[in-house]
Design a protein. Structure first.
Length: 183
């Protein structure tokens, strides 16, 4: 199962790092594209370099709009944008494809594949909400980075795993990252 992972400049790159770690442990080799702002935020928040992050991934430079993932003929199960900045949410809602990340997401929508967007912003204003509503109407799944507490998290890792687990649920990828309600 081929998945594209896009990382933007929103805070919360820890979610993307954990998602990639879980995918790689599941013997998946995600197709990875990182925006310029995403590269900077990853380094500032985690100290991880793009070179380290791209190990075990098919990596594409963000401005390589001729890459395979820019075409609907390239078969994938879908794309996960994690974390997703409001800039990228707006671009996706308007169908703007000015770089490989937004093009791959646009192709994912047009091909009716699964697009999972993890918006990371607070507070939200009406334009943010309208853009997210437009994405939902277009078929995207929105999974805001909002951890739950019913599983009684003991660490930051538990909070991150809950959000990443919800993303994996939307992707149909099995995991044991958090205790499910009632189990």
């Amino acid at each position: 199962m081929e998945w594209i992972v896009g990382i933007t400049g929103a805070s919360g790159s820890i979610y993307a790092l954990r998602l990639l770690e879980v995918m790689k442990k599941a013997s998946m080799r995600p197709h990875l594209v990182i925006s310029a702002a995403g590269d900077r935020v990853i380094q500032e928040e985690t100290g991880v370099t793009v070179e380290e992050l791209r190990e075990g991934c098919h990596f594409y430079p963000v401005y390589d709009v001729g890459a395979a993932i820019a075409s609907g003929s390239f078969p994938t199960a879908g794309m996960i944008v994690i974390p997703c900045s409001m800039h990228t949410v707006a671009a996706l809602a308007l169908g703007l494809s000015d770089n490989l990340l937004t093009r791959a997401a646009d192709v994912t929508l047009k091909e009716r594949r699964k697009l999972i967007v993890v918006p990371r912003e607070t507070p939200l204003h009406v334009i943010h909400l309208e853009n997210m509503a437009a994405l939902a109407r277009a078929g995207a799944s929105l999974v805001p980075a909002m951890p739950a507490f019913y599983q009684r998290p003991q660490s930051m890792d538990d909070l991150v795993d809950f959000v990443v687990g919800k993303v994996l649920d939307q992707a149909g990828i099995e995991h044991t990252l958090y205790r499910r309600w009632g189990l």
